[in-house]
Design a protein around this ligand. Structure first.
Ligand code: PLP
Length: 485
């Protein structure tokens, strides 16, 4: 790092020297040194749209266009953009303190956020570990699960394995990537990923259920598959089973069928393993319930829960691991510490932003509004799209809706991966006159593919906004297929 070396100088000399370090305000000439290609975006070949402002549902582009952010990034901006209450909370916290190292200090912002989070679980969780991304929450979950068994069973415990699901995504860092089964995101890193993770089928009714199979029979089949996987790898070696209550990026808003989570819980309990819910994408109100596991479809509390995205609505990078009393008690009676930590853990500004967001989400009627708007979104999408030859499934929960495309409706034949259908729909949406974000993905595993786009508008949308989203989304999708096929 450049800059004057102040080491070894007295406090007075340092103050004087600091006073001399007069920094010129940025001038127009600064523009000359701005190089848009200096940013390591995901794509190195194209320049993403440059956003210069925002308001509610819309992003303002530098060419004056207003872009409908119907996905809030990847299901992040749950209150829309430029919310004055959240901005004020950030400024107020900046006036108090921006950062403290949490090894030595706490802040009222962190304590308020964690209290809100714990309270929202109605006793299912008793502590919150605040970190900066969903991937970090996944790493923390894996380490905490392992530590739980080390403290419970002693350092010789054999428990180190995890069971997750084939079509899943739990984050991008090496532990989290190993946990997930997202073929394309894992591909080139395979040799670096832990072999201590195995996978079972996800709960994916559209493609997973056999002809005429009831929900009960499907759940029983999936529970037997999980049970068999425990037996195959040795139940005494498994720390936890990990699953998303509503699958986001890996499958496109696929909810569990009723009874699925309770059945998985029973299998975990039978083998003494923990149940971890990944609610990074589907949590914090997205499904119309504060936690997806509280929805009637799931109705089963996990032992550890990962949250992120809508936790801070994008106003700061904040995620968390919520920890049940069962796990907290073992750690408290054991070493009395979680053997894990990060420099920016429970960052004061992030906590203040997330607390402000959560207070708005927890307002009476907010979740009911999300459910109502979600139902209107699904109804609108069905009316405009369901009968088209290329629409296989429209599904989801709350303001979290996915549309899966198929080449043939009758036997659900997916498009060839090489056709990049979802990506094509997304790219068209980015252009005039559409200007709407449609989050694309392909649920690939073992040769199975299913192109989808997902929608995740802010919880504050009105029926008028929903009508606009439906109109623009349907127009984009229909135009794409009319042009390409
Ligand atoms: N878990 C799920 C279900 C996700 O969808 C994501 C991100 O898309 C993650 C974990 C990782 O979160 P992050 O990108 O904040 O690290």
């Amino acid at each position: 790092m450049s800059g004057p070396n102040l080491n070894g100088t007295s406090t007075r000399a340092r103050i004087e020297k600091t006073a001399q370090m007069h920094i010129e305000p940025a001038s127009d000439e600064m523009v000359d040194v701005v190089d848009s290609k200096a940013v390591m975006h995901r794509t190195l070949l194209e320049q993403p749209l440059r956003v210069v402002g925002s308001e509610g549902l819309y992003l303002h582009l530098e060419n004056g266009q207003k872009f409908l952010d119907a996905t809030g990034g990847p299901a992040v901006a749950c209150l829309g953009h430029n919310n004055p209450i959240v901005k004020k909370a950030i400024m107020d916290q900046l006036d108090k303190v921006a950062y403290v190292g949490t090894v030595f200090y706490s802040t009222s912002a962190a304590e308020e956020l964690c209290s809100l989070l714990v309270r929202g679980t109605n006793g299912a969780m008793s502590r919150a570990f605040i970190c900066n991304s969903g991937s970090e929450a996944a790493e923390a979950a894996m380490k905490m699960a392992r530590q739980y068994f080390v403290e419970l069973e002693g350092p010789a415990t054999k428990r180190h394995r995890f069971i997750s699901r084939k079509q899943s995504y739990h984050g991008t860092t090496l532990g989290a990537l190993a946990l997930g089964g997202h073929v394309m995101r894992r591909k080139i890193y395979e040799p670096m990923l832990s072999p201590g993770i195995s996978r079972v089928s996800p709960c994916y009714a559209y493609r997973g259920k056999t002809e005429g199979e009831s929900d009960e029979a499907y759940v029983t089949r999936l529970a037997e598959e999980l049970d068999a996987e425990f037996e195959r790898v040795g139940p005494e070696s498994v720390c936890a089973f990990v699953a998303e209550p509503v699958v986001g990026a890996a499958l496109g808003c696929v909810p569990s069928v009723p009874g699925y989570f309770a059945a998985m819980r029973r299998v975990c309990d039978k083998h003494g393993a923990l149940l971890i819910a990944d609610e990074v994408m589907s949590g914090m109100g997205r499904t119309g319930y504060l936690h997806a596991w509280q929805s009637p479809l799931v109705n089963t509390a996990p032992d550890l829960q990962m949250i992120g995205k809508g936790l801070s609505g994008g106003y700061q990078p904040v995620a968390a691991l919520l920890v049940s009393p069962k796990v907290v008690n073992v750690l408290t009676k054991g070493t009395g510490a979680f053997s894990h930590g990060q420099t920016y853990q429970a960052h004061a500004i992030g906590c203040a932003a997330a607390a402000a967001v959560q207070k708005i989400i927890m307002e009476p009627n907010m979740m009911e509004h999300v459910r109502k708007m979600g139902a209107a979104l699904e109804k609108g999408l069905r009316e405009r799209l369901a009968d088209k030859w290329y629409i296989g499934d429209i599904r989801g929960a709350g303001l979290f809706r996915g549309i899966e495309f198929v080449m043939r409706k009758d036997d659900k034949t997916p498009f060839e991966i090489s056709r990049q259908v979802a990506s094509g729909v997304h790219k068209l949406g980015m252009q005039e006159p559409y200007l709407i974000s449609l989050y694309p993905g392909i649920g690939t595993v073992e040769g199975l593919a299913g192109d989808f786009v997902l929608l995740a508008p802010p919880y504050t949308v009105t029926l008028g906004d929903i009508a606009t989203i439906v109109e623009k989304a349907a127009h984009t999708i229909n135009t794409y297929f009319e042009r390409e096929f």
